[in-house]
Design a protein around this ligand. Structure first.
Ligand SMILES: Cc1ncc(COP(=O)(O)O)c(C=O)c1O
Length: 419
């Protein structure tokens, strides 16, 4: 066939011409989703409160008076969540990794030296980003499930100079809490380095005192402790860090994740890109609920809920992956007994009990989230029972009743804090 025969005929009305790619068979969303939504008890996303879901269904103009007021409120409430008085608090249209990328693009360029404290997948990601930005990166990587020690950081600085230090307060991939974060931040600051903290799994679930600990940039995502939707994240910069933001060489590596461009919208209500309005409204509601509950009560709810769950898991006969002294409360990693297929356990939990938990990044663990709305007593009973029964189905000898009783005992008298 001559090539001209394939070209549109300009004489014919384009509307009459059939599309060359036909529509696919229609698949209603209702046929894809389970009849009853699964209870999300994994490492995120987490269930969201009704107020957050409602806000997420609203679209308003991303520029204008109403949005200005929303943004002012989101910034004020975020400062409370991060425990900072810094001016530069911004939302990020994107996953928590987008906020991490904004942090790294703000401080790293060729010639800059980065000390990446790598406790697992997510803290390692900050180092990968730094490499991509042309920085020189030193990875300090303790044994798995072992926190980074302040001494190791002091030793690293004794050997060489670093411009930036990165750390995850909580490493979700293995359920580890970096207990020496305040001391590590102090050492880095003493040496004039910028301190970047991934608080994705910890913010609003346990203390994270940005100003008091001397943190320069802290990031979080919506889908974890905040119990908001995934895809809209937060970042806060100290005043000292913001000066470095202004010193970066041009042209800048990132456009969407350029902090100064983003501040046009978050600081001056001017266009940067079309902001993810429903997600910002959802974040507003999530933060409002946190301010209403107060951080102190929220931390206590997370502590009580997670410790009760951990007691139940152990009483059933399973082991926890990380020792108590540096175990994260917001994501609990459970060791899979030898010879058991963790994926089959999770499959049974979701198909038979309608509860979903997470696998891991190459480790022999399954992980239960304890963030935001997950920390409610009815969710704890459901997930513990489902997990116990699913492991039993795989031949693991567990005393599920003993686990449930231990959970009940740990929670008794705590119903007010856990709800
Ligand atoms: C500690 C930590 N940092 C970063 C991320 C990345 O978040 P996102 O998937 O929203 O980019 C996660 C996600 O699980 C996380 O747990």
């Amino acid at each position: 066939m001559p090539a001209a025969a394939l070209l549109p005929d300009p004489q014919r009305d384009v509307n009459e011409m059939p599309s060359r790619v036909p529509p696919p068979p229609l698949v209603p969303l209702s046929t894809l989703l389970p009849a009853e939504p699964l209870l999300l008890m994994g490492a995120g996303p987490v269930p969201i409160p009704h107020a957050v879901a409602r806000a997420n269904g609203v679209v308003i103009n991303h520029l204008g008076e109403t949005m200005d007021k929303v943004i002012a409120a989101v910034k004020a409430m975020s400062r409370y969540a991060f425990q900072t008085n810094a001016e530069k608090v911004l939302g990020v249209g994107g996953p928590a990794s987008g906020a991490m990328e904004m942090a790294m693009a703000s401080f790293v360029w060729p010639g800059r030296k980065v000390l990446c404290l790598k406790s697992g997948t997510f803290s390692g990601r900050l180092g990968e980003m730094a490499l991509g930005l042309g920085g020189t990166v030193k990875f300090l990587e303790p044994e798995v499930a072992t926190p980074v020690s302040a001494q190791a950081v002091a030793d690293a600085f004794a050997r060489e100079r670093f411009d930036v230090v990165t750390i995850a307060q909580g490493e979700t991939s293995c359920g580890l809490l970096n207990v020496e974060l305040p001391q590590i931040a102090a050492i880095a600051r003493e040496h004039g380095a910028i301190v970047v903290v991934d608080a994705v799994v910890t913010l609003s679930t346990m203390p994270m005192r940005m100003d008091e600990w001397g943190i320069d940039a802290a990031v979080t995502g919506g889908q974890k402790g905040l119990s908001s939707i995934p895809g809209v994240s937060l970042i806060a910069f100290s005043d000292r860090a913001w000066k470095v933001v202004g010193e970066r060489p041009s042209p800048r590596s990132h456009w969407c994740f350029d902090a100064e461009r983003a501040w046009r919208f978050w600081g001056y209500q001017q266009y940067h890109y079309t902001a993810p309005v429903p997600g910002i409204l959802a974040l507003h509601e999530a933060l409002r609920l946190i301010c209403d509950e107060t951080l102190e009560r929220r931390f206590e709810r997370h502590r009580v809920s997670s410790e009760a769950l951990q007691r139940g898991i152990e009483a059933m006969g399973l082991s926890l992956f990380v020792p108590r002294s540096h175990r994260l409360n917001s994501v609990v990693a459970i060791t899979i007994p030898k010879g058991v297929d963790g994926a089959r356990v999770r499959k049974t939990m979701s198909t038979q009990y309608n509860v979903e938990i997470s696998g891991a990044f190459g480790l022999d663990v399954v992980r239960i989230g304890q963030m935001g709305e997950q920390c409610r007593s009815h969710n704890l009973f459901k997930v513990l029972y489902a997990m116990g029964m699913a492991f039993r189905k795989e031949g693991v000898k567990l005393d599920v009743a003993a686990g449930m009783a231990a959970l009940e005992e740990a929670l008794s008298g705590e119903s007010e804090s856990v709800g």
